[in-house]
Design a protein around this ligand. Structure first.
Ligand code: GDP
Ligand code: ZN
Length: 335
């Protein structure tokens, strides 16, 4: 048995880089998959049984994750799905000329929730109408992401812009790239690596096939830097446990909420609501407030569903996690 790290998911099979340097395609030990259905994801450190001479190894254990990117499983009602583990930074990519601020808010919540460093990269800047548009969009995004988050502008043909991204990926770090399909993540990875390691949306010469998205997930080594993982096909970005992420992505709103008269204020019709006051005063944009309320609602609904599911399984209503939650998020009584 030895340690290893999952560096690629190859048609569902983890490819493990073992401590002895070998790359071994692995299966999960049945004891892992039973019951809790634990599965190794990209970035996971694992204990692997890979006897020499065998073409397959067995993952016997998954080490506790220091960090994980988790969304709601899009195919199930109230189940989390881990997409990557043990990374240092999340880069949220959006196309500059077609930025979607509402989607960006959600992506930021998910990114913050991981606890990793967060950066926004605005891609395809060459498609902007003008330099003024670049400035205007970047300023809007910076205002939304807050002062803690760097916002970079890149375009495929501009090597300097890509170097600024590379500078965020020093050796011994792993960066996860998220963003809708087609925003230019694969192109960015190829620029970082200096050759076409990922298929991009454009039709390839030679085979003439117009592949739309990358299918495998893998840790790609960036020359002179760490690893980057392009997470393709992150289609539904349903929130899982996201209260901390929402708190970080909407720090201005949560700060204002400190001054609400009621600790469990829902910022609806309560008297003395400092958040609504800030919206009315123009300090918080109404759309931003609406997103905040919607994302909060999404996590609350999920929590209720999870509790329902637990009840259906016949578990006790007393749930440790819930009891440990601060009083603030527990107040569910009607006004
Ligand atoms: P992904 O799905 O996020 O990996 O996106 P791709 O990297 O496959 O890019 C989608 C399409 O956008 C492809 O046709 C790329 O050639 C194009 N593209 C990517 N980056 C840029 C850029 O900086 N400028 C322009 N004009 N097109 C780009
Ligand atoms: Zn309030």
């Amino acid at each position: 048995m030895q340690k290893g790290q999952v560096v690629k998911l190859d048609r569902g099979y983890p490819l493990v880089k073992c401590a002895d340097g070998r790359l071994v395609r692995c299966e999960h030990a049945t004891s892992l998959v039973k019951g809790e259905k634990l599965r190794a994801v990209i970035g996971d450190f694992v204990e692997v049984n890979a006897p020499e001479g065998h073409d397959k190894g067995i993952i016997e254990a998954i080490c506790p994750r220091q960090r994980a990117f988790v969304r709601k499983d899009p195919t199930e009602r109230a189940v989390p799905q881990v997409l990557a583990a043990n990374f240092d930074r999340v880069i949220v990519a959006q196309p500059l000329a077609e930025v979607n601020l509402r989607r960006l808010e959600r992506e930021l919540v998910l990114a913050y929730e991981t606890g990793a460093a967060v950066t926004v990269v605005l891609t395809k800047a060459d498609l902007a109408e003008s330099e003024a548009q670049v400035e205007e969009v970047a300023a809007r995004v910076r205002a939304l992401a807050g002062p803690e988050v760097r916002t970079l502008v890149v375009s495929d043909g501009n090597a300097e812009s890509v170097e600024a991204v590379r500078a965020l990926m020093p050796e011994n770090t792993t960066t996860v790239l998220i963003g809708k399909s087609g925003v230019g993540k694969s192109s960015l990875v190829n620029m970082l690596v200096g050759e076409d390691v990922q298929e991009t949306g454009s039709v390839r010469e030679g085979d003439g096939k117009g592949r739309h998205t990358t299918v495998s997930r893998e840790m790609v080594a960036v020359p002179g830097g760490g690893y980057v993982v392009d997470m393709p096909g992150v289609r539904g970005l349903g929130l899982w446990d996201a209260d901390a992420g929402i708190g970080a992505a909407f720090a201005d709103i949560e700060q204002a909420a400190e001054n609400c008269r009621f600790r469990d204020c829902k910022h609806e019709n309560e008297p003395g609501c400092a958040v609504r006051a800030a919206v009315e005063a123009g300090d918080i944009a109404p759309e931003r407030f609406a997103s905040y309320q919607a994302l909060k609602q999404e996590t609350a609904t999920l929590r209720t569903r999870r509790e329902e599911a637990r009840r259906m399984r016949g578990e006790k209503a007393s749930d440790k996690k819930r009891a440990a939650r601060p009083a603030k998020s527990r107040g569910k009584k009607r006004r």
